[in-house]
Design a binder for this molecule. Structure first.
Ligand SMILES: [Fe+2]
Length: 280
């Protein structure tokens, strides 16, 4: 193990902020304190910035993001960032407010150090509203990006909706076209897929759910719980969590933090150390 070695890349993953009634300010302030004292290279926000895609909720989310340390951010929308009940808006301009207030780019790409991080907008405002969908053209774009990437790049994909079901509640559906996407991610040598949506954390392997995938192409799957809302589910019901992700030459460490009411801070609950595949 090389845990004493300085990481070559450190990512903070936060998710499912849900600005609006479910937002917990004490958790949000604790995120800012932790982020501002940690050495991180980039911040990943894996969707559901708001509860109901309202202007004031996006503005509150934008103000929160602006208070994070000034490192690159990769932000993608979640299904709650699409107006569920404002039918005409959902049909005509489902991401209008998100693009105006948060980011015009729905499928952002972030290059930081040796890492290439592809964000995929997995929302499907017209169909599959809750469970999301990956569109064929998105997979083509991701494939083109990684086919042209240097062989030693750290390859990461981020989507709000999960490609594997939550292990503690198997009735949660995975995103539509997940099987096809995972096959392509395997061919592209993707090392890590980050997600949210399920409101409880998970760190594991694609081969647990896709046994037909070649073992040497197994992809690490990391989900973040809801970082700042009262909507935690399953074993994170009523809890808030975030992930700190460190890449070293030989290992990938995922530290899962939970918010503690006693200390009003996020502290490590569990740590997962994966051996990285041999780098070329
Ligand atoms: Fe959510």
């Amino acid at each position: 193990m090389d845990e004493s070695e300085k990481p070559e890349l450190t990512l903070l993953q936060i998710s499912d902020l849900h600005f609006g009634p479910p937002y917990r300010e004490e958790a949000g302030e604790a995120v800012l304190r932790l982020a501002n004292k940690s050495a991180i290279d980039a911040i990943i926000v894996s969707g559901d910035l708001t509860q109901r895609a309202k202007r004031e909720q996006f503005e509150a989310a934008r103000d929160f993001l602006s208070r994070l340390p000034s490192v690159p951010q990769l932000v993608i929308p979640g299904n709650h960032d699409v107006p569920l009940y404002r039918f005409f808006e959902r049909m005509l301009t489902p991401h209008g407010l998100y693009q105006k207030i948060i980011s015009s780019e729905l499928n952002p790409v972030l290059k930081v150090g040796k890492a290439i991080i592809a964000g995929i907008d997995s929302t499907s405002p017209h169909t599959a509203i809750s469970n999301g969908r990956i569109f064929r053209r998105q997979l083509e774009t991701v494939a083109e990006l990684f086919r042209n990437a240097p062989a030693d790049a750290i390859r990461i994909v981020v989507a709000h909706h999960p490609f594997v079901p939550a292990p503690d509640c198997l009735r949660d559906k995975r995103v539509q076209r997940a099987v096809r996407a995972m096959k392509i991610f395997g061919e592209l040598n993707i090392e890590l897929v980050l997600g949210g949506h399920l409101h409880r954390a998970y760190a594991g392997e694609s081969s647990d759910f896709y046994p037909a995938m070649p073992r040497d192409r197994s992809i690490r799957i990391v989900h973040c719980g809801t970082t700042t809302s009262r909507r935690g589910r399953g074993r994170e019901a009523g809890r808030n969590s975030l992930n700190l992700i460190e890449f070293r030459k030989q290992t990938l460490t995922v530290s899962h933090f939970l918010f503690r009411d006693e200390s009003q801070s996020f502290t490590v609950e569990s740590r997962h150390i994966f051996q990285r595949r041999q780098q070329p």
